[in-house]
Structure formats: structure tokens, C-alpha cells
Write a protein that binds this ligand. Structure first.
Ligand code: E4P
Length: 217
């Protein structure tokens, strides 16, 4: 499973990138707002830092507007994936942009039918939002499983990009189901390394080591 980082915080991306944990980046208007930076400036900086796809989201609500904004965002780097919402106009924009050879990430997906439409419109990535479904007492992982089954049934090449990930458990579940990509906030990726038995074990080893009075260097 590829790891995308869901943030516009360039310092956090750089930190994970140095560890080889960043296969791509996703952003959205809320994350740009949180960064406090100009969208073009920050997306360009991320696209230069990371080799993989960097999703930059359009904000127009009509297909022509999304296409125009998408092409403008695409100027920021060859690796830009144009992000459009899963609306009828978003599907139209997806069809046109993907047909012209651009990577398209169709976002705000909350049903298997929406994912099926996005694949037929040529989406490079479909972004089902797990956490926001969990928030309303539905099981976001069921949606990932349904989309995996449907895409596999018909050989769709659209990649399932599990989004709105809120916990390290979400990462495990998405990987078990076979999501192609998971995009997670930097702190969730860091939490994947944490285990209380690791901490306890290390504490014990260090205590016993100190008692030997030895040093390695
Ligand atoms: C994905 O592309 C979105 O930017 C993101 O995962 C949304 O997550 P949220 O529901 O935590 O805002």
C-alpha cells in the first residue's frame, strides 16, 4: 500500500519524506487554509519535494471552472493530480482532464456507486472518506471493501485512495482490504510505529544494560 501524506505542512512532509514514507501528498482547501499559505506557493514547494502525485483541489462547482482551475494547478508541477469533487460536474471534469492525460483524484466519495461512476469517468484515484462515514455511525471500511470488490470484478484501474483516515487502525484495515493508497495526517503515520510493549521492552533492556556497566562505543 502506498502512503500519501494528508497535509500542506511542508516541514512535516519533509520529515516523513526523509524516511522514505511519502509516496505522494494530498491537500484540500481546508488544509491549505490551515497552512496559512498561498495555494500556488505551497503546492509548488510540495511538488518539487516529492516525486509522487500531489493532489491539489479545485474549488469551482461547474465542470468548465474545474477544468480551468485544474489546468492552472497543473502548471505547478508535472506530478500534480487534479482533485475534483464527486458531483456530476466533477465527473464531467474528470472525464475531460483524464482523457487529456492528466492525473485526476475524485474526492468526497461516500458510496460504492459514486466510486463506480468515477472509475467509468477515468479517475486515476478515487478518495472514499472513511473517518467521515465513521463519524455518522457507518463503517467507512465497508465502503473500501465494496469498492475493492467492484473494481476487481471489472478490472478498473482507478486506484482506491483511502482518505479521511483518523487512526493507525484505519491504516491496518485499509491495507488488509487492499486499498492501493492510504492518505493520512503525519501524526497518524508516526503513531503506526508506537507500541506500549516496545516502550516497556526498551526500558527493561536499558535498565539491564546500565547494570552491566559496559559501553558499546
Ligand atoms: C483527502 O484527500 C482529504 O484531504 C482528507 O483525507 C479528509 O480528511 P478529514 O475527513 O479528516 O478532513
Amino acid at each position: 500500500m502506498k502512503f500519501f501524506v494528508d497535509t500542506a505542512d511542508t516541514a512535516a512532509i519533509r520529515d516523513l519524506h526523509e524516511l522514505g514514507m511519502v509516496d505522494g501528498v494530498t491537500t484540500n482547501p481546508s488544509l491549505i487554509h490551515k497552512s496559512g499559505r498561498d495555494i500556488k506557493e505551497v503546492i509548488k514547494e510540495i511538488a518539487e519535494m516529492v516525486e509522487g502525485p500531489v493532489s491539489a483541489e479545485t474549488v469551482a462547482t461547474d465542470a468548465d471552472g474545474m477544468i480551468a482551475e485544474g489546468l492552472e494547478l497543473k502548471k505547478l508541477g508535472e506530478n500534480i493530480a487534479i482533485k475534483v469533487p464527486l458531483t456530476w460536474d466533477g465527473l464531467k471534469a474528470c472525464k475531460k482532464l483524464s482523457g487529456d492525460g492528466h492525473m485526476v483524484n475524485v474526492t468526497l466519495c461516500f458510496s460504492a456507486n459514486q466510486a463506480l461512476l468515477a472509475a467509468k469517468a477515468g479517475a486515476t484515484f478515487i478518495s472514499p472518506f472513511i473517518g467521515r462515514l465513521d463519524d455518522i455511525n457507518l463503517d467507512g471500511m465497508d465502503l473500501i471493501a465494496d469498492i475493492r470488490e467492484i473494481y476487481d470484478n471489472y478490472g478498473f484501474e482507478t486506484q482506491i485512495l483511502a482518505a479521511s483516515i483518523r487512526s493507525a487502525n484505519h491504516m491496518t484495515e485499509a491495507a488488509k482490504i487492499g486499498a492501493d493508497v492510504a492518505t493520512a495526517p503525519p501524526d497518524v503515520i508516526r503513531k503506526m510505529a508506537a507500541h506500549p510493549l516496545t516502550d516497556k521492552g526498551l526500558e527493561g533492556f536499558l535498565k539491564d544494560w546500565a547494570a552491566t556497566g559496559q559501553s558499546i562505543l
